[in-house]
Design a protein around this ligand. Structure first.
Ligand code: PMP
Length: 409
């Protein structure tokens, strides 16, 4: 590390809460699939800020929309109307095929919003006794860091000593429709099923084909809302606009965040049809920044880029190229025990145990060779570049990955 990076890392360590363990690299510039550190070294970004930067770093169209809006009007709060929000709301609802949107800022906030919406719907529409609604969630989920969300996390580090927790959640194994059906059959107070179409933080765990469609059908049969958390999988990341599109599933409540703004500005959204969304009345939910004019302008530009640049198609096509290349590396280097993923949301599983620090060591080596990735576990590394990456760049990255892995042979 250069002294410049060291000084900056020291500042963060001294003055910032230690709630993260970043890879030691200090970035000061990004463009497309690349980021640069403070000493001018260039890297491929294979994290994309946890899939927020799908459109590539500092996309000129998205940044342009932000700058233009910031020079005119930044924030009114929802105490008044603003000239951008309604236009964006019409755009985003038609884009995803829902009647209405509730705008928020972060992924976790949007998940909280969806849970509240589901509970209120349970009482007002489904007729579950007030405050008795239960929501089914999956083992090894990741939906954010708020107190309610960690109430149903499996991650001990995320939960330990943060209680008391929020009740009303029933956890079942992921990718298991039998378990889902059993709970739905035996419990009349179930209001919703909250699921990630692919579990990202769990190490890019892709469920079996047909799981989402079957789960959605079961929910429909029991008048239970299918709530898709597409904060990480959405916005073209997995090779379709939404990961549920792979199985032609329409969620009852759709949760979006991250790449809905191309990583340019915090924007999240909850989408639903009138029969659900209309249970929320003035005074019952909101946020000062949610739906602000910058967010609206930025999200609209970011969603246009996804269509204009055919990012879903690119992710689908190059995901195949990436996994093929990774599998070829695995055939030459037994350190990779498994390659998995969909579109450009992928992971390699390293042949070591989950508590190992090998994946971290490998990521440090990737960094030395000019590629930034981060382990999800001691034995799993997520590989998720911006969706604007080209095939030649994928080949370049495969060479870096193989070279780094060979150092551990
Ligand atoms: N849901 C999913 C599926 C996520 O992957 C994440 C973030 N990794 C979140 C919710 C939380 O989003 P945020 O960090 O913006 O609160």
């Amino acid at each position: 590390l250069s002294s410049k990076s060291e000084v900056l890392i020291e500042k963060e360590n001294k003055y910032g809460a230690h709630n993260y363990h970043p890879l030691p690299v200090v970035l000061d510039k990004g463009e497309g699939v690349f980021v640069w550190d403070v000493d001018g070294k260039k890297y491929y970004d294979f994290l994309s800020a946890y899939s927020a930067v799908n459109q590539g770093h500092c996309h000129p169209k998205i940044v342009g929309a932000m700058v233009k809006q910031a020079q005119t009007l930044t924030l009114t709060s929802r105490a008044f109307y603003n000239d951008q929000l309604g236009v964006y709301e019409e755009y985003v609802t038609k884009y995803f095929g829902f009647d209405k949107v509730l705008p928020m800022n972060t992924g976790a906030e949007a998940v909280e919003t969806a849970l509240k919406l589901c509970r209120k719907w349970a009482y007002e529409v489904k007729g579950i006794p007030e405050n008795q609604a239960e929501i089914i969630v999956c083992e090894n989920n990741f939906h954010g860091r708020t107190t309610t969300i960690i109430s149903f996390s499996n991650d001990e580090a995320a939960r330990k000593s943060f209680g008391p927790f929020t009740s009303g959640f029933i956890k079942i194994p992921y990718d298991n429709t039998e378990a889902l059906e059993n709970v739905l059959k035996s419990n009349p107070n179930i209001a919703g099923f909250l699921v990630e179409p692919i579990q990202g933080e769990a190490g890019v765990y892709v469920p079996s084909e047909g799981y989402l469609a079957k789960a959605k059908a079961l929910c429909e049969a029991h008048n239970v809302l299918f709530i898709a958390d597409e904060v990480q999988t959405g916005i073209a990341r997995t090779g379709k606009l939404l990961a549920v599109n792979h199985e032609n599933v329409q969620a009852d409540i759709l949760i979006l965040g991250k790449a809905i703004s191309g990583g340019v500005y915090p924007v999240s959204a909850v989408l639903a049809n009138n029969g659900i969304m209309d249970v929320i009345k003035p005074g019952q939910h909101g946020s000062t920044f949610g739906g602000n004019p910058i967010a609206a302008a930025v999200a609209m530009a970011a969603l246009e880029v996804v269509k204009d640049e055919k990012l879903a198609e690119n992710a689908e096509r190059l995901g195949v190229v990436l996994r093929k290349g990774l599998n070829e590396i695995a055939s030459r280097n037994p350190l990779i025990s498994l390659v998995r993923g969909k579109g450009l949301l992928n992971a390699i599983v390293i042949d070591c145990d989950e508590e190992s620090d090998l994946a971290w060591e490998i990521c440090l080596k990737f960094r030395d060779y000019g590629l930034l990735a981060k382990p999800t576990h001691g034995n799993k590394i997520r590989l998720a570049p911006p969706l604007v990456i080209t095939e030649a760049q994928i080949q370049d990255c495969l060479a870096i990955i193989e070279k780094a892995l060979n150092d551990f042979k």
